[in-house]
Design a protein around this ligand. Structure first.
Ligand SMILES: [Zn+2]
Length: 344
């Protein structure tokens, strides 16, 4: 999931052949999502003469599965030709159709090893975002914490299987996609086990590098301690790796990894500076800071956002404040129920 809001309603486009070499093809398969804000996830199919490898096959819904089967058919494959399913991270819009086909068809399912924490910690009976409630309380957003605690599962979220994969991927692991090698790169941040997959000069960037927005940080059951530090390191990685065409899980495919990583690093540098200035000017809590900032491309006030987006915005501020503390720019007083920040 991402923080994207107010995306216009639209139906997914047709499958698009992105690359065709003597050894393999890469097809983009836009799939529908049942979510209120985010309407499309891009699955990708890496096809060879020896089967097809799927990346991020989407949300487990009848509509999405039907479109995915039709897209495979249009490129000459059936579900029986799937060699394996690679998933960039455990968010349901990427992972759950993979779980369904693993369970029903016996296709091998692969996911980054650090996603195990949030899958192991998942219990639908705990609520929708149980671990984010105390984060909101500590941020000084008591009313928002209550609203998050009251969020209910939506019909399309009920009975979605969220279980471990067949194989946990480590950084640098390679997967044989039928004579074509896929390399997994650990890119923690958006989630702690996020992976980007490389094939030649192409990078399947999941939600790590997106064309228009910066992804949410640590929206998962069991986040790591400094997720923004990990995210920025995972952006730095793309300044060092060879530049690659960016195939993101949401949006278009006309950008490249290095430039986009630079833009996102600049964005977070600016955010860190703005947040430090707001604390210097007298804001004390993460909620204070979030209310002083503007959100989304439309420059909305925090109170204008839906509960879930307010929560993600406050989480983003918390992640930036914690990183500023770890860098020695700010100090934090955690003796009271609400954390308060000051400039060092
Ligand atoms: Zn995601």
């Amino acid at each position: 999931m991402t923080t994207q809001v107010e995306q216009p309603r639209r139906v997914p486009g047709a499958p698009e052949m992105l690359l065709q070499t003597s050894r393999h093809t890469i097809v983009k398969i836009p799939l529908p999502l049942p979510l209120p804000d985010l309407k499309v996830v891009n699955a990708y199919a890496v096809g060879t003469g020896d089967g097809v490898t799927l990346i991020d096959p989407g949300w487990a819904s009848r509509e999405s599965e039907t479109m995915l089967v039709a897209a495979l058919d249009s490129t000459g494959y059936t579900p029986a030709d799937i060699r394996q399913i690679l998933v960039t991270h455990g968010h349901w819009d990427h992972y759950t159709q993979g779980v369904k086909w693993r369970d029903e068809l016996g296709v091998e399912l692969l996911l980054g090893a650090e996603e195990r924490h949030s899958i192991d910690a998942f219990d639908a009976g705990d609520g929708v975002h149980p671990n984010q409630v105390p984060v909101m309380e500590r941020a000084g957003a008591a009313g928002l914490a209550r609203a998050v605690a009251e969020l209910q599962w939506q019909p399309y979220e009920r009975e979605v299987a969220f279980t471990p994969p067949d194989r946990w991927l480590q950084d640098g692991d390679t997967v044989d996609a039928g004579g074509v090698t896929v390399t997994a790169r650990a890119t923690p941040g958006h989630t702690r086990g996020h992976m980007v997959f490389e094939v030649g000069g192409v990078a399947f960037t999941g939600d790590h590098l997106l064309p228009r927005i910066t992804p949410s940080i640590a929206l998962e059951r069991a986040p790591e301690r400094l997720p923004l530090r990990s995210y920025l390191r995972s952006l730095q990685l793309f300044l060092e790796l060879p530049d690659a065409r960016m195939l993101p899980a949401h949006g278009g495919t006309d950008q490249h990894t290095r430039r986009r990583a630079e833009e996102l690093l600049d964005h977070h540098d600016q955010r860190l500076a703005v947040i430090a200035e707001l604390i210097a000017a007298g804001a004390e809590t993460a909620f204070d800071v979030a209310r002083l900032m503007r959100w989304t491309r439309h420059e909305r006030a925090l109170a204008e956002l839906e509960t879930i987006h307010q929560m993600v915005a406050v989480m983003e501020v918390v992640a930036h404040l914690e990183l500023l503390v770890s860098r020695g720019v700010l100090s934090v007083d955690e003796s009271a129920p609400v954390s308060s920040f000051t400039v060092c």
